[in-house]
Design a protein around this ligand. Structure first.
Ligand code: ADP
Length: 262
């Protein structure tokens, strides 16, 4: 739809803008943080002044975290699509996820053998799954169940809403990440892909996770579906076109900028 096109252009423009700002900002923060470190080193611990310097350091570190996320969001990454088996990709992330998700959340992995190979940059696919899993975790502060399911589906002609931003009919494979967390109301669901939209408390969310996910999935020719009800949990599904290629094609260096307009 028109709205989604405008959205994609907004994300693109914001990516460029925030990347430039984040880069310069990061350099300034390096000076601030290093100076605080020196200052603290030259002072006797326990003085009231030392507490102030530590407060500068803490805030400086948080600001540095934020600029790193901004840079990751906007980075002119070289995209290297490869033939990726979604089941292998999910299995490969198991250890990292078990560490990040914590013991209060039950993790279920349900592989669908028919989920075929897709063409996507493997690092970007990891970034997508990680963002979705971390959002699921954040939605279940008191614990719950995180289900990671691979799937294959066929999009038939006319099935997707018409519009410039819609996936073409064909076969898709991907991953559904379902949580039993607090879910979202309609207003939140409408806005989750907007850059900087977050409902998390300040310092906890940047609102860039799903904007990044959206950009990656769109660039790979895929699409995302969201199902969520307040109090009922959330299911986010990312789908990529199934490829017939057997071997990875020669990686053709392609920056974000090289993506065709529209
Ligand atoms: P952030 O995680 O920094 O807030 P995101 O772009 O990843 O940024 O997410 C934006 C918002 O979407 C979140 O703040 C939250 O309100 C909502 N959201 C995303 N995933 C979930 C989920 N699994 N359950 C409930 N709300 C979610």
């Amino acid at each position: 739809s028109q709205r989604q096109l405008a959205q994609a252009q907004k994300i693109d423009a914001l990516g460029r803008l925030s990347g430039g700002i984040a880069h310069d900002f990061n350099n300034l923060l390096t000076v601030i943080n290093a100076s605080a470190e020196f200052l603290l080193h030259d002072m006797q611990g326990g003085q009231p002044l030392a507490d102030d310097v530590r407060a500068i350091q803490d805030a400086g570190e948080r600001a540095a975290d934020l600029t790193r996320q901004l840079l990751a969001f906007s980075r002119n990454q070289v995209v290297q699509p490869r033939v990726v088996d979604v089941n292998e990709a999910v299995a490969g992330m198991d250890r990292m996820l078990s560490r990040l998700i914590g013991a209060d959340i039950l993790r279920e992995v349900v592989p669908a053998p028919e989920a075929g190979p897709v063409l996507v940059d493997p690092t970007q696919l990891e970034q997508v799954l990680l963002n979705l899993a971390l959002n699921a975790r954040d939605a279940m502060p008191a614990g719950g169940t995180l289900r990671i399911r691979t799937l294959a589906t066929e999009l038939r002609p006319g099935e997707a809403e018409p519009g410039p931003d819609q996936p073409p009919p064909g076969r898709y494979a991907g991953v559904a990440i379902t949580d039993s967390g607090h879910g979202m109301d309609g207003d939140t669901r409408q806005r989750i892909f907007e850059p900087f939209f977050t409902t998390k408390q300040s310092g906890k969310g940047t609102g860039l996770g799903l904007a990044t996910v959206y950009g990656i999935v769109k660039q790979a020719g895929g699409y995302i579906t969201v199902e969520s009800e307040p109090g009922q949990g959330t299911s986010m599904t990312v789908l990529f076109p199934v490829t017939d290629a057997v071997d990875a094609p020669e990686p053709e260096p392609q920056g974000m900028d090289a993506a065709p307009d529209g």
